[in-house]
Design a protein around this ligand. Structure first.
Ligand code: HSE
Length: 341
């Protein structure tokens, strides 16, 4: 039996506990052993939960920790402490991966444990592991992704006539939105996610601050009518293009022959273009309790299979990118770029 701890019993953390409980048989098959949640840490008064991280990191039974707290602190301090104790950390926290992923990955390597972050991008979609493992030999020349479930939910609903505030409230009620939904609608969450993906494939650390970023707050019903008249939809995309290289986040017009056109509601879609494999499309629920938790559990299983060893995550040696250029300008008299043009 492998003992794990969950840091933060919010939407994703409670989902991790549920997935581990409900999918015990499948987990046993995948891991060859069972997973047991020995501790839950939460700052709130929750029966059975602990508040002191030292109880967890000083328990030699604990081999893997799920950091589902979100935000920089105390997530950074707790992750650091766990890794220094040789305990692997699996996280959904894209803010932390963007800001400290390189440092934390190096600490994990030093202490023969792992820092994995499948759930930080694309919710339940397996994207980090396929990029790292299945596409490691590819030269990835482009990534274009619908990476924020909340924005996509809002845009899909606005297209069918709902107003922005109602659609945002629904996304919050469904547990898709960030604690501060400005991070979603201003594009910062998408910027963090495309920065993580671009870092994985470019060999340089691209930080969220280096991503030019526009959100969805200026989109009007007239914009939807215009897009429809051209047979297109409006999607908030995160784009990495190796030809600059550039990384940007902005609303794009997506033509109806693109696989991203029909990605609606909370779903995310990520188009990867490799120099040999050509286009790959990844699709699934980009936010929400159980899909995101499922991605965390996939990392827990990978870590549990490699106790005492570091899983190479391609982040530990990255230096900050110093070669980025601005994205091509929006053509004159157009409000949006068109995907593929
Ligand atoms: N707020 C994020 C989203 C959660 O809507 O996509 C998943 O990262």
């Amino acid at each position: 039996m492998i003992n794990v701890a969950i840091l933060g019993l919010g939407t994703v953390g409670s989902g991790v506990a549920e997935v581990i409980e409900k999918n015990q048989n499948q987990i046993k098959k995948a891991l060859g052993d069972s997973l047991h949640v020995k501790y839950i840490l939460d700052i709130r008064d929750i029966p059975g939960a602990v508040k002191d991280i030292n109880v967890i990191v000083n328990d030699p039974d604990i081999k893997v920790v799920c950091e589902t707290m979100g935000g920089k602190e105390p997530a950074y301090t707790y992750t650091h402490l766990a890794l220094e104790h040789g305990i692997s950390v699996c996280t959904s926290n894209k803010e932390l991966v963007d800001a400290f992923g390189v440092e934390l990955s190096a600490i994990a390597r030093e202490h023969n444990c792992s820092y994995l972050f499948e759930a930080s991008v694309g919710g339940g979609i397996p994207i980090i592991r396929p990029l790292r493992e299945s596409c490691g030999h590819e030269n990835i020349i482009r990534i274009a992704g619908i990476l924020n479930g909340t924005c996509n939910y809002i845009l899909t609903n606005m297209k069918s006539g709902k107003n922005f505030d109602d659609a945002l409230r629904e996304a919050q009620e469904k547990g898709f939105a960030e604690r501060n939904p400005a991070a979603d609608i201003e594009g910062h969450d998408t910027a963090r996610k495309i920065a993580i993906l671009a870092s994985l494939v470019s060999g340089k650390k691209i930080s969220y601050e280096q991503v030019s970023c526009e959100g969805i707050t200026n989109i009007t019903p007239e914009d939807f009518a215009y897009a429809e008249s051209r047979g297109m939809s409006i999607k908030l995309l995160g784009v990495y293009d190796s030809s600059g290289p550039y990384v940007n986040v902005a609303p794009y017009l997506v033509p109806n022959d693109s696989p991203l056109y029909g990605v609606n509601d909370v779903f995310n879609g990520i188009m990867i273009t490799g120099n040999q494999v050509d286009n790959l499309m990844f699709y699934g629920r980009g936010a929400g309790k159980l899909p995101t938790a499922s991605a965390v559990v996939s990392d827990v299983i990978e870590c549990a299979k490699s106790i005492g060893h570091n899983i190479k995550n391609d982040f530990a040696d990255l230096n900050l990118a110093d070669n980025l250029v601005p994205a091509p300008a929006i053509p004159e008299r157009q409000k949006f770029r068109v995907l593929g043009e």
